[in-house]
Design a protein around this ligand. Sequence first.
Ligand code: HBI
Ligand code: FE
Length: 284
Amino acid sequence: MAVEPVVYGASERPPRGDYSRAQSDYTCAQNWSAYTEADHDTYRRLYERQSALLPGLACDAFIDALPSLGVRDRIPRFEEINERLKPATGWEIVAVPGLIPERPFFDLLAHRRFPVTDWIRTPAEFDYIVEPDVFHDLFGHVPLLFNPVFADYVQRYGAGGLKAHDLGAGEWLSRLYWYTIEFGLVRQSDGLRAYGAGILSSSSELRYSVTSPRPRRIALELLRCMRTRYKIDDFQATYFVIDSFAQLFEMTAPDFAPLYEAVRSLGELPADASMPSDSSITLG
Ligand code: HBI
Ligand code: FE
């Protein structure tokens, strides 16, 4: 799943999805009865194919949490998931018509409300869709919100995003989102595994990200990550690797303002950059 987190002004037309039904915080109702049999069938087939690919490629925490989504043969009702998610980590999922502007996005995360696109791709888009749909968001993002440490990281990320936005550093913080929450890898005792939603919901990038010798894999370092542009329409050229969600959470404890100054003065790097200070992670 390669999707450019769209950061657009309020004046530009939002992408796919009818935003007139959204409230001022961009949330809308999940009109579950509007899904067609074809929609439910698409979800079921995507879930079936993707869940079969997980062993040895997805991180243990994701595999353990996936059953928390509940039904797998149709698109779940969001309130059914929230009945389990709220008591688990204080999070709830809210329906949105699609990608939303940066600030409201950060604000939702900061308040433990994860925006889940409510429409699903057409059967013709089964293998590839540009923007996140309900399968990407539910299957890719929601299971790890049941993991307390990761759930705390996402909330802290949202709070940091609000500050970043006000400092004009939203784009740099969106790189941290991209290289962790969307395309992050974690080193387990039995090898590299994916935890990023963009990888976990992709039938092709999942295997590629943890087995291909082509991409760079480097230990996550915040400044390096925030300097590094990402690719939106292809597999990542670089994957950033953590040792645990606890490490990720601790790394993001300090105030980011000094980091933004460093990004500003050092400038950005291409997605396939290789720096002498990189700590490369080898396969196997
Ligand atoms: N909106 N619905 C939705 N989902 C996202 O993942 C998302 C978004 N808007 C902006 C965005 N992601 C990125 O720019 C974040 O890095 C802020
Ligand atoms: Fe996503």
